[in-house]
Design a protein around this ligand. Structure first.
Ligand SMILES: Cc1ncc(C[n+]2csc(CCO)c2C)c(N)n1
Length: 216
């Protein structure tokens, strides 16, 4: 079995919880409140910027130019998507709601930045994989289960498209290649990083659904 397949199986419990989360159910049915969607989009624009940094930092560690280029092109793409979110949605968001990253969103981005800065290449790459893979699976799932005339169609199309599918395949091949050259102990650290990022993916949806605030 491929290393990435074993990662998917080990974390299927969290994926099932994501699919049943009201944020995803309501996104698919089109009934998600605009407040919750706006909160998510704003948090995601902050996330994409930090995620691009984590991708670029991981890219600097790649031992071969081809993989370095892949990470840097992913970073470029994340910044382009961030720009599109700004163009398409940000003007319609109330300014008072734009108060910086929520506790869960901040925890996720800081985890990725710390991992990419301080941990080995293999662990950094594993931590970045759930972002790609979960969005691919969730995007495909929503596309198959969505209601007609969904107001969130644009968002759904981004992650269910062919172009995105290619990036995900590239990222999976990269992580499998790294795992094949790693020791058992290194692969164990990769597993832990993958699970942690998967937990944060769940928390990102959950915190948007609850419009998570700082308690003080
Ligand atoms: C919380 C959160 N997690 C994952 C993604 C998806 N995503 C963000 S950047 C990137 C790859 C580079 O373009 C992917 C797949 C998201 N938007 N928000």
């Amino acid at each position: 079995m491929k290393f990435t397949e074993s990662l998917w199986q080990e974390n299927a419990d969290i994926y099932e919880k994501i699919l049943k989360h009201p944020f995803i159910l309501e996104l698919a049915s089109g009934s998600l409140s605009i407040d919750r969607f706006s909160f998510y989009i704003y948090q995601d624009s902050l996330y994409l910027n930090e995620f691009a940094t984590a991708l670029a930092v991981t890219g600097t560690k790649a031992p071969v130019s081809k993989d370095k280029l892949t990470f840097l092109s992913f970073a470029q793409n994340a910044l382009l998507v961030e720009g599109l979110l700004h163009e398409n949605y940000m003007d319609s968001l109330p300014k008072q709601d734009q108060k910086g990253a929520s506790p869960s969103a901040l925890a996720y981005t800081q985890y990725l930045l710390a991992t990419s800065s301080l941990k080995p290449y293999a662990v950094s790459a594993a931590a970045l994989l759930p972002c790609f893979w979960i969005y691919k699976r969730v995007g495909d799932h929503i596309l198959a289960h969505q209601a007609a005339n969904n107001p969130y169609q644009n968002w759904i199309n981004t992650y269910a498209g062919e172009e995105f599918a290619q990036s995900v395949s590239q990222m999976l091949a990269l992580v499998d290649g790294i795992a094949a050259q790693s020791t058992v102990a290194e692969r164990d650290s990769m597993r832990q990083a993958y699970r942690k990022a998967t937990q944060y993916e769940y928390m990102f949806w959950d915190s948007a659904y609850h419009l998570e605030k700082w308690p003080v």
